[in-house]
Design a protein around this ligand. Sequence first.
Ligand code: N01
Length: 547
Amino acid sequence: MNPASLAGKRSRIVTDSDFDVLIIGGGVAGLYLLYRLRGLGLSVLAFEAGPNVGGTWYWNRYPGCRCDVESLEYSYSFASDLQQEWSWPERYGTQPEILKYINHVTERFNLRRDIRFNTRIRSAIFCRRKVLWTLTTDSGENIRAPYCVMATGNLSSPQTPEFPGLECFQGDWFHTGLWPHEEVDFTGKRVGVIGTGSSGIQAIPHIARQAKHLYVFQRTANFSLPARNGPLDPEIERRHKSEYSVRRKAAFDTPFGIAGYPPPEKSALEVSDKERLRTYEQKWGEGGQISFLYSFNDLLINKASNDTAAEFIRQKIRKAVKDPVVAELLAPKSHPIGTKRLILDTDYYETYNRNNVTLVDVSSRPIEEIEPNSIRTGDDQFIVDSIVFATGFDAMTGAILDINISVQDGPSVRDVWKHGPTSYLGLTIAGFPNLFTITGPGSPGVKSQMILSIEQHVDFIADCLQHMRSRDLIQIEATFNAEDSWVKHVKEVADATLYPLANSWYMGVNVPGKPKVFMPYVGGVDRYKKKCDEVVADGYVGFTMSA
Ligand code: N01
């Protein structure tokens, strides 16, 4: 196919190009970007490796998969009609519901026609002289445009540990992040789930209800709170929708990008034991991460305060799990609460009271080998018919580094990020003109209501392209100075919190050989948005733009 014919018209920005903007990714970010740029009259093509839209919500179909942000929040805000018309059945959206919503948005705004599905981009090379990115697909086709945007997602590169023997395993094995489309039936099977992060903790109660026996291989115990999910109260929905525009705006004045949680004023150490307990009990009863982390104002910065919250949850686990030895293994002690993603579950701890569930502690005796019909840890052998890897992702940088991105006769992103990702605002990388990343490392994306952060980034990029076009500018690049100070700021902010104390995917620790660098910006959506607004108000300070 001639790519230019897909554009419908020749580019208005650079004459040699096939399109004005190429987008990599057809998930929540890619779709909204397509919509915005189309609205500016730009010719745009998006590439999606999968056969359909949805990104993370297309691939993560494991049993029990649902969002841990409330459904009334976790949705687009750009179209008022859309947010008024769509109805979420439950407090937290399931994966099928969210995917249905994404498909609805795709159809409603006729986005599908500008997405090339089943197409993986292998390389992206920029020619400074021609001001053109050339993207090469897995079938060898080259497509050119002056701008390229990575809408590749933060959790889209699934990680399966390289256990010896996996290739000889005779049963079925699955990764939660690449779950098959056909129904997987574990009835009558002995199943091993490896990993107890958000995915594992959501899947385990469901698999336990089906399987003949479930072995859970836990390396690190995690903090999880009851989600308190249930049907969405129509009155809550009505009220929320009537306040949507105010709430969405107010969300940008909050650290996590969700309005409605008044910031706590007291330290956990300032109040009496009785008041502290009462607060935690109330938050525990409400369900929700922000609610709990907002119990006091210093849970993420003061270890002694954090210990009080962590101990509260440990006590809850000890009460929920009948076998005290199992309860103690499930009670997290390795990291402060909230420094790894705080998980929301339904019946997770209670699942260990079932006779068909065994918790296997692999913290001191790791999995050594997968045998044809078992998982072996030291001398112990666990016979299984199926294995579920809930082992997470090469987060934030994996999908970007999967593509060979470089400037002709210059460095590649792989070279530049050898010691950890660098970026200006998580939006651009110095030395790589006309390349944008949506919610890249250095942005608050993964520490916020993700769709809000995505919309903010997309709007920033769209406004920036519009600004340049109106001034006949075609090239934009972050300066190394601006990038250096942003990277320093991101680190300083993280170092002032307890986050770096956890071996989390935020730090890249879960991927062997990955540089140990804290990647998200944890200064809050409010501070971040203010900084982006100042950058724009000061004439895109920190960027150079040229004709
Ligand atoms: O992945 P994870 P995830 N041997 O990296 C273990 C989002 N999400 O897919 O902690 C044994 O958190 C690993 O152990 P350890 C959310 O942001 C959201 O669960 O490294 N175990 C850990 O227990 C989340 O944070 C939702 O010691 C091994 C687990 O595998 C992010 O996605 C739902 C191992 C990986 O946990 C990632 O969550 C799902 C090994 N060799 C996901 N290697 C919702 O919205 C790894 N592990 C609800």
